[in-house]
Design a protein around this ligand. Structure first.
Ligand code: HEC
Ligand code: HEC
Ligand code: HEC
Length: 431
């Protein structure tokens, strides 16, 4: 009830501000300096790099489809919207967009016909980008082969299908200015801030949202739920964030998707690493780490704090032969022995590949088991410099009772956590 009350108040506020904004804010096109003679291979290459750092392909492609051809659905509480085609196709893509129109979309969330765009397109982050970087992305996208593909029409309930309501949202939450260097910090930190805040839009997943779907910047990077996954606390808090990680661990996690003693990136973070972060230069990764170090600490779920010495995994001989009786613990242990131990081993360091190291991983320390359960059901993969690492999904071969048992076993053995993932949780995560 309380939540609905908040929503309703929020909605009234939005409508009042929207009415005002509707009359006072015509969408104008700012003049943008044309890239001029630089619009050659260098600009295109720069645009490709910026587009990778900003991870445009993650949302504007469907798995197995042509990059940037759109069609990916975003299911929001009040309907579904689809990422459009941003290849240079003249009818179904952005082939006829001017530079100024493209800059306006990225900076003000406005479409070609002047319509307001939904903030599922993270323009609140891209608004911080420099004109030069935005135009470089445009030059890169324009250099691609046009793909003819019409994204499905959005399916939103009234009043959320009224695009002009976004004007109120923008008035409240869109940064008015692009990012300027903070002279009290060195250039490396400023580059990191730009990569994390403007391009990487890390907060879109890692920062909790308020009732109006805007990021709660008071709790920057405190962790949030993102499409069925937990995007963990990445503030500098030592217990529940990344304050205790070494520079090496952070650098490895971001650039390779795995850090010794911290586990592997799965789910949407695996995609962020795969499509975006692993393509960045070592200097840029270092700059991001320098900036992340200074994000003020936020305490989140203390029950999920990493247990550095889970007694079972750190025992001198951590493998315990299964006792005879079939208790809930032994069902999980036997499943782990049969289906998982050949890759993961028993001491948390990983047998098949270092990526299979589970020691210190946030996922096996979260007693709710959200991400561990997703990985066990759906599997995981990651490209590394020495080839693909892979874990099969177990959704098809095991019952909800078995998956719950092996998940609880893993959280107990590798996290030292008393977990209570239920078969009903498994059934929900299957969907
Ligand atoms: C988190 C997902 C996400 C990311 C990342 C993202 N977009 Fe989008 N984008 C969307 C969605 C969803 C829409 C549709 C919004 C709407 O319909 O109101 C959109 C709309 C657009 C539009 C308007 C197109 C049109 O036909 O109206 C452009 C241009 C665009 N994005 C470019 C980009 C570029 C360039 C990047 C990378 C710098 C990017 N997007 C990254 C989700 C994303
Ligand atoms: C699309 C959503 C999304 C975006 C964008 C995103 N992350 Fe993540 N991130 C996640 C999820 C989900 C996890 C948990 C992954 C897992 O369980 O393996 C995660 C995990 C992490 C972790 C590990 C935390 C821990 O305690 O294990 C770090 C560090 C991290 N992200 C940094 C970043 C940075 C830096 C950016 C921006 C460049 C970023 N993320 C952008 C979803 C996202
Ligand atoms: C073929 C080898 C293989 C098998 C079999 C396997 N795994 Fe994995 N597992 C991996 C690899 C490799 C990763 C890391 C994937 C990555 O880097 O994206 C992983 C990741 C995980 C994670 C996430 C770790 C993290 O840090 O977020 C969990 C939890 C997990 N496995 C549990 C299991 C369980 C339980 C089983 C048995 C039911 C199992 N695995 C079977 C190879 C395997």
């Amino acid at each position: 009830m309380k939540r609905w009350g908040l929503w309703f108040l929020g909605l009234v506020a939005v409508i009042v501000v929207a009415a005002a904004a509707f009359f006072f804010l015509p969408h104008r096109l700012d003049a943008v300096a044309s890239p001029g003679p630089a619009a050659g291979p260098d600009l295109i290459a720069r645009g490709e790099y910026v587009a990778q750092a900003a991870d445009c392909a993650a949302c504007h492609s469907v798995p197995g489809g042509k990059p940037f051809a759109g069609g990916l659905p975003f299911t929001l509480g009040f309907g579904t919207i689809y990422a459009p085609n941003i290849t240079p196709d003249k009818e179904t893509g952005i082939g006829t967009w001017s530079d100024a129109e493209f800059v306006r979309a990225m900076r003000h969330g406005v479409g070609k016909a002047g319509e307001d765009l939904y903030p599922a397109f993270p323009y609140a982050a891209y608004a911080l980008m420099s004109d030069e970087d935005i135009l470089a992305v445009k030059a890169y996208l324009s250099s691609l082969t046009p793909v003819r593909a019409q994204a499905p029409a959005n399916d939103l309930k009234f009043p959320f299908n009224q695009r002009y309501l976004m004007r109120a949202w923008k008035l409240l939450f869109l940064p008015g200015e692009r990012m300027t260097p903070d002279p009290s910090h060195p250039p490396e930190w400023n580059r990191g801030a730009y990569l994390v805040e403007a391009l990487g839009h890390c907060g879109e997943c890692h920062t909790p949202r308020n009732a109006l779907f805007a990021l709660d910047q008071e709790r920057k990077f405190a962790g949030a739920e993102a499409a069925g996954w937990k995007a963990y606390n990445i503030s500098s808090d030592k217990q529940t964030g990344i304050g205790d990680w070494t520079d090496r661990q952070l650098t490895d996690y971001l650039s390779k998707g795995h850090a010794e003693g911290r586990g592997s990136a799965s789910g949407s973070m695996a995609e962020v690493v795969d499509h975006s972060l692993r393509h960045l230069t070592p200097e840029d990764i270092r700059a991001m780490v320098a900036y992340l170090r200074t994000v003020p600490p936020q305490t989140s779920d203390l029950a999920a704090a990493i247990n550095p010495n889970p007694p079972a995994a750190k025992a001198p001989s951590p493998y315990a032969p299964p006792p005879d009786e079939n208790t809930r613990e032994t069902v999980g242990l036997k499943l782990f022995q049969g289906a998982c131990a050949s890759c993961h081993g028993w001491n948390g360091e990983g047998l098949q590949h270092s990526h299979a190291g589970l020691a210190g991983s946030q996922s096996v320390n979260d007693p709710k088991g959200t991400n561990a359960l997703n990985v066990i059901l759906h599997g995981a993969r990651m490209d590394t410099p020495d080839g693909e690492v892979f874990m099969p999904g177990f959704a098809a071969g095991y019952t909800d009772v078995e998956i719950a048992a092996v998940t609880n076993y893993v959280l107990g053995h590798f996290g030292g956590k008393q977990a209570a993932v239920s078969p009903a949780d498994v059934a929900a995560a299957r969907r």
